[in-house]
Design a protein around this ligand. Structure first.
Ligand SMILES: Cc1ncc(COP(=O)(O)O)c(C=O)c1O
Length: 425
């Protein structure tokens, strides 16, 4: 910290530390000849709808997660709808979900008449808080949605224990966590039903796509019934009788997406390593400055869908908005995380969820007040999204560390100027 005291932050008139000539690469996905070849193969084959590449992708995911069944979908949202449907979740059921996640972890269940009950997230791993989960269980509760947010495995052991004791299902949303592990077991192996999104930003993207995974034949068959018409015809059991109609949706992935998803999955380990190496180099330096970078503990192998850090004002001496303003002055890219808390969104606060879930007047519904989750809200306000530093060199990473360091070293003066200035309006 001493070294940092000697250099004035740009916010206080010093020279910005981040060299604008060193671009922060956001280019993702990294598409190579392998992706081109895979797409060309499908085009040359000419089967744009039911190509066997879909089965190969499912086989890849079975191998990745050790699951018995995989069913590819046109996107992760649909795969989550199929997961809720296959689990038999329906009208009046309650499902415990984190509010701090992408909306697709929760909202599809409303189309089945089920209601998300939002829970606090815990500050260590940013996953759904086991303590709050246990408090919110009612006789109507059927399942817990667990999400490995930003690539950080959530508290799988405690959540599984709660599910077991209360006879609840676990729906695992592993959309941010391709390649992550908890106690040596892969993300995607922890839910009664688990789901990955393959959307274009994800760690193993296919453009648009999703994969549902499970071990129980009944879940697989019921998920197929929702909208994978070819698959229904191939079922051995009585559900085969739905082959002419399904249940009114169409959920199959496009082969072109499946082809890209396969080559991207083959590159996952190498790509995760590159992201991880750069980020961990910077994260070590930020930890020394009191910034929580959510590093692995003995039980986790995390991945970085996004690089999110927590800047607790009690440790940095600065409110997050002041820190962000000072980082921007240094030329650094930093912002609030991209997901607003779900329970605070107009879809819930204005009551629109009732129309989708077809709730009768007077049906008691969960607490969707904006103030319902104070602990999650408090932590969320301290989170900062940093670049992924794909392909960045050490010089750029050092500059980001310096930016944080000199700002924090001069926190009282930065704070005084920020409080005094238009930044704070
Ligand atoms: C946590 C999470 N769950 C589900 C989804 C939905 O996936 P898709 O966009 O493929 O529908 C996404 C993102 O896109 C996500 O971030």
């Amino acid at each position: 910290m001493k070294a940092y005291v000697q250099t004035l932050p740009a916010f206080l008139g010093g020279k910005p530390v981040v060299d604008p000539a060193l671009p922060v690469s956001h280019k993702w996905p990294i598409l190579t000849d392998a992706d081109e070849q895979a797409v060309l193969e499908i085009l040359r084959d000419g089967n744009l709808s039911t190509h066997p590449v879909i089965h190969r992708l499912e086989e890849d995911y079975r191998r990745l997660t050790g699951r018995r069944w995989a069913l590819a979908h046109c996107n992760g949202t649909t795969a989550l709808l199929a997961a809720f449907f296959a689990a038999g979740i329906g009208p009046g059921d309650e499902v415990l979900v984190p509010s701090a996640t992408f909306w697709a972890s929760a909202l599809p269940m409303l189309w089945l008449g089920a209601l998300p009950v939002f829970c606090e997230s815990e500050p260590e791993r940013l996953g759904i808080d086991p303590e709050d989960v246990e408090k919110k269980i009612t006789p109507k509760t059927r399942a817990i949605v667990i999400v490995h947010l930003w690539g950080l495995p959530c508290q799988v052991d405690r959540l599984r224990d709660i599910a077991k004791r209360h006879n609840l299902l676990i729906i695992e949303d592993a959309s941010h966590a391709h390649g992550a592990a908890w106690q040596g077991l892969p993300a995607g192996s922890f839910g009664d039903i688990s789901v990955f999104s393959l959307q274009g930003d994800k760690l193993a993207p296919g453009g648009e796509g999703g994969v549902l995974l499970c071990d129980d034949d009944r879940y697989f068959e019921q998920a197929a019934c929702l909208g994978d018409i070819h698959r229904i015809a191939g079922l051995k059991g009585p559900r085969r009788r739905f082959a002419a109609t399904g249940f009114g949706l169409k959920t199959r992935i496009a082969p072109l997406s499946a082809a890209i998803a396969r080559t991207q999955l083959a590159a996952l380990t190498a790509n995760n390593r590159t992201r991880g190496e750069n980020i961990r180099y910077l994260a070590d330096k930020l930890e020394a400055l009191g910034i929580d970078t959510f590093p692995d503990d003995g039980s986790t192998r995390r991945v970085y869908f996004e690089f999110i850090v927590r800047a607790d004002p009690r440790k940095t001496g600065l409110p997050v908005d002041a820190l962000l303003a000072a980082l921007h002055a240094e030329g650094a890219q930093a912002s609030a995380p991209r997901y607003p808390l779900l329970h605070q969104q107009p879809f819930f606060t204005e009551g629109h969820f009732k129309t989708i879930a077809r709730l009768e007047d007077g049906f008691p519904y969960p607490d969707y007040r904006r103030t319902a989750l104070p602990r999650t809200e408090a932590v969320n306000q301290e989170l900062i999204r940093l670049p992924l530093f794909l392909g960045a060199g050490r010089d750029l990473l050092d500059q980001y560390a310096d930016a944080f360091g000199r700002i924090i070293a001069h926190a009282p003066k930065v704070l005084a100027k920020w409080e005094d200035s238009s930044y704070n309006r």
